[in-house]
Ligand binder design. Structure first.
Ligand SMILES: Cc1cc2nc3c(=O)[nH]c(=O)nc-3n(C[C@H](O)[C@H](O)[C@H](O)COP(=O)(O)OP(=O)(O)OC[C@H]3O[C@@H](n4cnc5c(N)ncnc54)[C@H](O)[C@@H]3O)c2cc1C
Length: 571
C-alpha cells in the first residue's frame, strides 16, 4: 500500500484549531516556529511514507518469533528502528540536556500518529521508549538519568513497561512481583509479567524494563508498589551493556493482530534492578509514563484509522461496480457516507488529541503556578477522552474500511483487515476504554465538574461567535453542549459511584462528540466556503446528533444494567 502522511491536516489543526500558537509563543518552545514545525512534519512524513509503510505487511506476514529463547524481529524492522533513531524521533520531546530535542508534545503527537498510520507494530517500540524516558526524566536519580537517558534517546537501547501479571490487569494493585533489597542500593526483582510489548528485540544492544514490584514492607494494593529499572544487560564500568541480568522472555503471545510487535511473557528471577522514585511511590512514577502513553495510544488509533481511510479511498476510486457517474463505487451515496464519516471522525479525534497535547505543553511551559494548574487539569481531563475516542475512532474507521472494500476487505491481501486487527488492541491496552471512562467520571470530576464546565463554557462561547456566519451549525453545537451540561450535573450529583460508572462510556463518547462538533465548527469558520466547512456540516448534521442517545444512556443509572439476574443472563 502507499501511505501518505497527512501533513497539511496537522498544519491546519495546529495553526487554526487547537491554539498551537500559544505554545510556540512561550519561552520554552520558542523554537517551534511555523517554519520549523513544517520542516519537522514533512521530514517525518517522508520517513513514514518511504521507510515505515513498506514494513506494514512484512510484520503481519512474518511476525516476530522466539527461536531457542532468542527474539527474531520481523524483516526490515531493524532498519526501520535505525531510521527512526537516526532521525532523532524517539527523543523529540525528551530533555535537551540528555540529547533530546525538547520539542512540544503536540509535534511529537503528530509524528507518532503518522508513524502509526505507516506501521503500527513498529511504532509501538519508540512509543514505549518515550514513556520510559519521561518517567526516568521525572523520577529517576541523576546517576540513572545520566547513564540511561542518552542511550534511550539515541535508540541504542530500548525501553518497555512491565505492569501486567496474570492476576493483575486492570487491577494493577493485585500484582505479586517482589523486590528484595540487595544491601548495595540495588534490588533483586522476581516475578512473571505478561503481555509486555517489545519485551525484547534484536536491534538494540540493551532492553531496559521498567518493572512494578512490591518491597517486603509494601502494603497490599497500589500504595505498596514500587518502580524499578531492570536492564537486560547490566551496565559495565563504561556504561555499556555488560553481563546478562537474571531475566528472560519465556514466550510470545499469539495475537489477532499487531504481529510485528513481540508481546512477551517475561520472567524475572532475582534480576538486579534500581529503584525509580520513592519506595512505595511506584504508581505515581508509572502514571507519568502512562499519561504520556495514553495520549500516544489515542494517536495510534487515529493513525491506523488514517491508514485505513486512505486505503479505502484508493480502493473506492478504482473499483467499478453498479451504475454511477464515474462507474466506480466512490459515487454511490452509501460509499460516500462511509468515506465522509471516516474523514469527519478522524478530524474530530485528531483535534481532541492535539488540544490535549497543547494543554500538556502549556502545563510544561507556564511558570505561574495558577495557570500551570489550570493547564494540568485540562490535560488530565482530556487524556481519557483522547485515548478512548482516538482508539474507538480508529477501530470504527478500520471496520468501515473493510466494508468499503466489500468482499475484498475480508481477504487478507488487500491489507484492509490488517488495519482492523492491528488497531483493535488500542482500546484494550494502556487501561481499557472502560477504565478510561470511569477515570473521567470519577477522578477527573472530583472538582465537582469544574473542568468539564469550563470546557463547555468555551464551546458555547465559540458557538455564540459562530452564529453570525454559521447560525444553524452554531445552534446545533450550542444545544448539544447544553445537553452535555445537564448530563454532567446529573453525573456529579450521583453519590453512588456505580450510577456514574454504568453510564461512563456513553458519557465519554458524548463529550467527545460535542468536542468534535466544536472543533469542526471552528474549522468551518476558518475555511469559509472550503472543504473543511463542508465536512463540518456533515459532522454536525449527521454525527453530532448521536450525543442525544448517548446522554440518555449515560443518565440511566446502574440498576437497569443489573436488571437481569446472573441466572437470567445465562438463561
Ligand atoms: C497486545 C498487548 C500489548 C500489551 N502491552 C502491555 C505492556 O507493554 N505492558 C503492560 O504492562 N501491559 C501490557 N498489556 C496489558 C494490558 O494493559 C491489559 O491487557 C489491560 O490493562 C487489561 O487488563 P486485562 O487484560 O487483565 O483485562 P481485565 O482487567 O481482566 O479486564 C477485562 C474486562 O473487565 C473490565 N474491567 C476490569 N476491571 C474493571 C472495573 N474495576 N470496573 C469496570 N470494568 C472493569 C475491563 O474494562 C475489560 O473490559 C498489553 C496487552 C495486549 C493485549
Amino acid at each position: 500500500m502507499s501511505f501518505r502522511a497527512p501533513v497539511p491536516e496537522y498544519e491546519f489543526l495546529l495553526n487554526h484549531i487547537v491554539g498551537f500558537g500559544q505554545v510556540a509563543a512561550t519561552e520554552k518552545f520558542a523554537e517551534a516556529s511555523g517554519d520549523l514545525t513544517s520542516a519537522i512534519l514533512n521530514e517525518a512524513g517522508k520517513l513514514c511514507d518511504e521507510v515505515m509503510a513498506p514494513l506494514q505487511r512484512a510484520g503481519d506476514m512474518q511476525p516476530a518469533e522466539l527461536v531457542s529463547g532468542v527474539l527474531r524481529s520481523s524483516p526490515g524492522y531493524a532498519e526501520g528502528w535505525a531510521a527512526i533513531a537516526e532521525g532523532g524521533w524517539i527523543g523529540m520531546s525528551a530533555p535537551e540536556a540528555h540529547g533530546g530535542m525538547g520539542l512540544p508534545m503536540a509535534l511529537t503527537s503528530c509524528v507518532n500518529e503518522m508513524m502509526s498510520g505507516a506501521c503500527l507494530s513498529l511504532q509501538l517500540a519508540p512509543l514505549m521508549s518515550q514513556g520510559q524516558i519521561e518517567a526516568l526524566a521525572h523520577h529517576a536519580s541523576d546517576a540513572l538519568k545520566d547513564l540511561y537517558l542518552p542511550k534511550l534517546i539515541s535508540g541504542e537501547w530500548a525501553g518497555t513497561m512491565n505492569l501486567t501479571e496474570a492476576q493483575a490487569g486492570s487491577d494493577v494493585g493485585a500484582l505479586a512481583s517482589k523486590a528484595e533489597p540487595n544491601g548495595d542500593g540495588t534490588f533483586a526483582i522476581s516475578g512473571q509479567k505478561i503481555f509486555i510489548s517489545w519485551g525484547d528485540n534484536d536491534f538494540c544492544s540493551n532492553i531496559c524494563h521498567l518493572v512494578l514490584a512490591r518491597l517486603p514492607d509494601g502494603v497490599p494494593g497500589t500504595k505498596g508498589i514500587s518502580l524499578f529499572l531492570v536492564p537486560k544487560f547490566l551496565p559495565d564500568e563504561n556504561g555499556d551493556a555488560g553481563v546478562a541480568n537474571a531475566l528472560k522472555v519465556v514466550s510470545l503471545e499469539h495475537k489477532m493482530g499487531l504481529h510485528g510487535s513481540p508481546t512477551c511473557v517475561m520472567q524475572y528471577d532475582g534480576a538486579t534492578g534500581w529503584l525509580v522514585g520513592h519506595e512505595h511511590g511506584g504508581m505515581a512514577a508509572m502514571f507519568t509514563m502512562m499519561n504520556n502513553a495514553r495520549l500516544g495510544v489515542g494517536g495510534q488509533g487515529i493513525g491506523a484509522g488514517e491508514g485505513a481511510y486512505q486505503q479505502a479511498l484508493d480502493y473506492a476510486l478504482e473499483r467499478k461496480q453498479g451504475r454511477s457517474e464515474s462507474g466506480t463505487i466512490v459515487d454511490h451515496a452509501d460509499v460516500r457516507r462511509m468515506l465522509m464519516t471516516m474523514k469527519a471522525d478522524l478530524f474530530a479525534a485528531r483535534a481532541i488529541m492535539l488540544s490535549c497535547a497543547v494543554a500538556i505543553d502549556m502545563q510544561a511551559a507556564t511558570g505561574q503556578a495558577a495557570s500551570q494548574a489550570d493547564w494540568a487539569a485540562r490535560a488530565a481531563f482530556l487524556t481519557p477522552i483522547a485515548k478512548s475516542f482516538g482508539t474507538d475512532t480508529g477501530i470504527s474507521v478500520a471496520d468501515t474500511g473493510v466494508q468499503v472494500h466489500g468482499g475484498m476487505g475480508f481477504i487478507e491481501e488487500t491489507g484492509a483487515a490488517q488495519f482492523l486487527r492491528d488497531v483493535r488492541v488500542t482500546a484494550i491496552y494502556e487501561g481499557t476504554n472502560g477504565i478510561q471512562a470511569m477515570d473521567l467520571v470519577a477522578r477527573k470530576m472530583m472538582d465537582g465538574g469544574d473542568m468539564a464546565n469550563r470546557l463547555m463554557d468555551e464551546i458555547e462561547e465559540q458557538a455564540e461567535r459562530a452564529r453570525t456566519t454559521h447560525p444553524n451549525m452554531a445552534e446545533s453545537v450550542w444545544q448539544a453542549c447544553e445537553s452535555l451540561r445537564e448530563a454532567t450535573d446529573w453525573l456529579v450529583a450521583q453519590d453512588a459511584m456505580n450510577d456514574r460508572f454504568a453510564g461512563a462510556v456513553p458519557y465519554l463518547r458524548a463529550f467527545a462528540r460535542v468536542l468534535g462538533g466544536h472543533f469542526h465548527l471552528t474549522a468551518a469558520m476558518a475555511d469559509l466556503g472550503g472543504p473543511r466547512e463542508k465536512l463540518a456540516r456533515f459532522y454536525i448534521t449527521r454525527l453530532l446528533p448521536e450525543h442525544a442517545g448517548l446522554l440518555a444512556h449515560a443518565q440511566a443509572g446502574a440498576a437497569g444494567a443489573y436488571a437481569l439476574t446472573l441466572e437470567e443472563l445465562t438463561g
